[in-house]
Design a protein around this ligand. Structure first.
Ligand code: 16C
Ligand code: ATP
Ligand code: CA
Length: 465
């Protein structure tokens, strides 16, 4: 404009329910030199913020959730990345495992972060690619369950476009692509615990949210055949699995977490700057300094044999829109432990009461048939496998498929379930699980606490571009 000079500042404004929005404000000035000084000062301020990513590698699953991944990225995320001068190499996946395989081929070290546009399954794929690549480059064999893993310093960003999106919900507080893009732009960093799953010295998978056998495994297995239904498939398969009321027999053994301060029955949840996660990290660093870090303590295994409707190990609350407080409301994102929830065989009515409590304020652990433990390691072996193993020693015994080999007429239930590993199926009737403290990092900051309702309007806004 004649004789007036101006520049526009784009910044982040907090809105309700942990939502972030991009706003802009234009400053006018009659003095051109002063205007340029301001622009220069703001540019220098932005450049000095080293945690902000400049170059990203983006994987889009065009078939996740309601199949909106590509549109969400192009319309809601790419314009914000452009505004923040972030350059992105975009790969639209053509098949399952495309992103994972690609992460073993590209030069990942030239990127400040890897972004996945999709659901929990897509995140899991990218995480497997990244962890696997880092171990390969560090010469670490993932098959040895005792080996400490190399941490991944390249952060992962999630643009939610899946069916459950629980990892996004539990680390940001809302499923909103724009909010997640803004957390990436400001360069947030949230470490995450990862569980490694092995069987007989063979690496199977990693898990960050839910590793579930029985109820959630069966829901997932059934729902995979109904992908065409979109996110609704989980409700349909959930109802069907609930009616089938299948229980599974086996042995769970675990080592209770010693070094953590919290308990799964705490009233307080993990939030931005969580002191429990911070204390754990400090403790781990102290142990490192004293040289204790990789010593395996073999004492104190607790063993539970029984009939279970569900065995769930969660590394985070698993909060999602279906259950806003999640499977274990007090679980921590980065405390080096998982909450192991054992739901024993009970009536359908009681199991329904347990499920309903995931949707209200009542305590879902306050039932005689539900136990919850905070653990660092656990193992599960199905009775089917235990019996088969003892049969091998006792040559000549006949086996009767899914029924008890000792008493074919007694109809003991020896069926096997599947594991639900962050929304991916995993078939293994015996697993050994270890929590790896803060193995990966996300572009997130945990769920922020708004001290009072007015705070989200007045609290600090962040400069975008
Ligand atoms: C009566 C209402 C009860 C509602 C109970 C809701 C509990 C929901 C807890 C959800 C926890 C999700 C954990 C996240 C797992 C993700 O890594 C994974 C991949 O995205 N998602 C699922 O496996 C997807 C799992 C989807 C689970 C859906 C469960 C639906 C159960 C429906 C039972 C109906 C009984 C009705 C009887 C009249
Ligand atoms: N182009 C593709 N074609 C088919 N499958 C793909 C493709 N790209 C990725 N996948 C696979 O699709 C699976 C599911 O994707 P995603 O997690 O994005 O959606 P979802 O299952 O609907 O959501 P959620 O995991 O949150 O329930 C992932 O395991 C991923 O490996
Ligand atoms: Ca944890």
């Amino acid at each position: 404009m004649s004789k007036l000079h101006a520049f526009t500042v784009h910044y982040i404004k907090r809105a309700r329910n942990h939502r972030w929005r991009c706003s802009e404000i234009t400053f006018w000035c009659i003095d051109e030199q002063l205007c340029n000084q301001w622009i220069q000062a703001l540019k220098e301020l932005l450049d000095s913020q080293k945690s902000r990513p400049k170059q990203l590698l983006v994987y889009i699953n065009p078939y996740g959730g309601k199949r909106q991944g590509k549109r969400i990225y192009e319309q809601k995320v790419a314009p914000l990345f452009n505004l923040a001068s972030i350059s992105a190499d975009v790969v639209i996946t053509e098949h399952a495992n495309h992103a994972k395989d690609n992460l073993f081929e590209v030069n990942i070290y030239k990127y400040d972060g890897i972004v996945c546009v999709g659901g929990d399954g897509m995140f899991s794929e990218v995480m497997h690619g990244l962890i696997g690549r880092i171990q390969k480059d560090s010469g670490i064999d993932q098959n040895n369950p005792k080996t400490p893993l190399a941490q991944c310093s390249i952060r992962i960003g999630i643009i939610p476009a899946g069916s459950t999106d629980c990892i996004c919900y539990a680390t940001v507080g809302i499923i909103d692509p724009e909010t997640s893009a803004l957390h990436i732009i400001v360069g947030d960093c949230q470490p995450l615990d990862v569980s490694s799953i092995h069987h007989n010295n063979t690496f199977l998978k990693y898990s960050v949210s839910l590793l579930g056998y029985g109820f959630y495994g069966d829901i997932l297995k059934d729902s995979e055949k109904k992908r065409w239904m979109g996110p609704m498939r989980y409700d349909f398969s959930g109802f069907k699995t609930f009616l089938s009321h299948q229980y599974y027999e086996g042995t769970v053994s675990f080592q209770p977490a010693k070094g953590t301060v919290g308990s799964p029955r705490d009233k307080e949840s993990c939030r931005t700057g969580c002191h429990i996660c911070r204390q754990t990290k400090q403790l781990e660093e102290q142990q490192k300094n004293y040289g204790f870090e990789h010593k395996e303590v073999e004492d104190e295994w607790k063993v539970i044999k029984g009939k279970f409707l569900a065995i769930n190990a969660v590394n985070m609350s698993c909060a999602c829109p279906r259950s806003p407080k999640g499977l274990s409301p007090a679980a921590h994102l980065a405390d080096g432990s998982a909450d192991l929830i054992l739901v024993r065989k009970c009536s359908r009515f009681n199991f329904l009461r347990y499920l309903v409590r995931h949707t209200n304020q009542d305590d879902q652990f306050d039932f005689p048939f539900v136990d919850v433990y905070r653990v660092k390691r656990f193992q599960f072996t199905s009775k089917h496998l235990e019996d088969n193993e003892s049969d091998i020693k006792d040559v000549g015994k006949k086996r009767f498929g899914q029924f008890c080999s000792d008493h074919p007429a007694c109809c003991c239930n020896l069926a096997n379930s599947t594991w639900n590993c962050d929304g991916e199926t995993l078939d293994s009737s015996a697993v050994e699980v270890r929590v790896r403290c803060q193995l990966v990092k996300l572009f997130a900051r945990g769920i922020e606490i708004y001290k009072d309702e007015a705070a989200y309007n007045s609290s600090s806004n962040e400069l975008l571009s």
